[in-house]
Design a protein around this ligand. Structure first.
Ligand SMILES: Cc1ncc(COP(=O)(O)O)c(C=O)c1O
Length: 373
């Protein structure tokens, strides 16, 4: 397989561990091992203490699959397949579902592997572009208008990285209903699910919406445990899941044994885990709202409806790559220029899941004040 570099990951490989403040991370501040182990119930504690470091079940620990299935209304534990992060799940699914001659539609700007792996299978991929002038909203009519007889897959990430887009329930029902009628699979990338600004806006998972809907989940974002590298696909399409399981034999075979137990602990304590994430994200978002109100002469800001990232635009000075380089040099604060998404213009990604955001934002503001007065 020939595949272009993953620009965002290359960017992070250069910067992530070299800067003081990551003001563009998409995950929520990670749990410490000690805090997480303290959340374990008796069964998990015994599993952890007695864990043997052999190979694990390739589909995922049965208790973990059962716990993941609890996140859905209509998915049984057998409808869950565990992967090394969401990234491996995307890789396997695209390879299993798509081939030359097929067509796929993917939301954009977005997480590169969602369209790049699809393209690398030889399928033709159209990007469904979101626009700031529409408040980054998904245009369901336009998306459906671009479907073809050979369309096999639609990929929608909501809450969306990098814009925070989240369709309304009505739009979502229209999209999933229409895909169900046409027999097209939906990969619903729900890695930021549970981080909606208003819980009532939380969408029905793709896997619940229709039998060819596939939900993509992960411990990294709302569950704040990226280092576990535990993700999953959930679907009622048994045959598709079986093919993904067979493909996984060529990637990781099975998950890390300690990570599976730790993920189980985190999921069983999800009320506490998600409560913490929501508190971090909403406190930070308030600071961002104030900042963008103060600097409305410099930035355009569409408030994210969900997730832990947003995609503001610098409309003075620029270009954004220069601004990013100057900011990191002067203040040790990293933002993610839109160019990393292949996006033209002066947008940049801000992440608000980290607990050092108040200091990072103060440094950004001082830099902006010095630069623009
Ligand atoms: C939309 C989206 N999907 C999938 C992933 C991959 O998640 P992970 O790195 O935990 O595998 C990310 C990570 O940033 C993401 O933003």
């Amino acid at each position: 397989m020939r595949i272009p570099d993953f620009a965002l990951e290359r960017f992070f490989a250069r910067w992530e561990f070299a800067v003081k403040h990551l003001l563009c991370a998409s995950d929520v501040e990670g749990w410490s091992m000690r805090e997480l182990i303290d959340l374990a119930d008796d069964e998990c504690r015994a599993l952890w203490d007695g864990l043997r470091l052999g190979y694990t079940e390739s589909t995922g620990h049965p208790l973990l699959r059962a716990e993941i299935a609890e996140l859905y209304e209509r998915v049984e534990p057998d409808g869950v397949l565990v992967f090394a992060g969401a990234e491996e799940a995307i890789f396997c699914l695209a390879n299993v579902l798509l081939r030359p001659g097929d067509h796929a539609v993917v939301t954009w700007p977005g997480y590169q592997s969602l369209y790049e792996v699809a393209r690398a299978t030889g399928a033709e991929v159209d990007l469904h572009e979101l626009h700031e002038s529409d408040g980054w909203e998904l245009d369901v009519d336009r998306l459906l208008g671009g479907l073809r007889p050979e369309t096999r897959l639609v990929v929608v990430n909501a809450p969306h990285n990098p814009t925070g887009m989240l369709p309304t329930h009505t739009e979502w029902a229209r999209l999933t209903g229409s895909l169900a009628e046409r027999g097209i699979h939906l990969l619903s990338d729900e890695v930021y699910r549970f981080l909606e600004r208003d819980e009532r806006d939380r969408l029905m998972p793709g896997a619940d919406a229709f039998p060819r809907g596939i939900s993509l989940g992960v411990m990294s974002k709302s569950f704040a445990m990226a280092g576990l590298r535990i993700g999953w696909l959930a679907t009622r399409d048994d045959e598709l899941l079986a093919r993904c399981a067979a493909f996984k034999d060529y990637t990781t075979i099975c998950s890390s044994a300690p990570s599976e137990i730790l993920a189980l602990i985190g999921l069983r304590a999800r009320e506490q885990v998600l409560g913490r994430s929501l508190r971090i994200v909403s406190d930070n978002l308030e600071l961002l709202d104030d900042f963008f109100r103060r600097r409305s002469d410099t930035f355009a800001w569409v408030r994210p409806r969900g997730g832990s990232v947003g995609f503001p635009r610098l409309f003075r000075g620029g270009p954004i790559d220069r601004f990013t380089a100057d900011l990191v040099e002067a203040e040790g604060v990293l933002i993610l220029p839109g160019s990393v998404f292949g996006h033209p213009g002066n947008h940049f990604r801000l992440g608000f899941g980290r607990t050092d955001l108040p200091e990072a934002l103060a440094r950004l503001e001082a830099f902006v004040d010095r630069t623009f007065g």
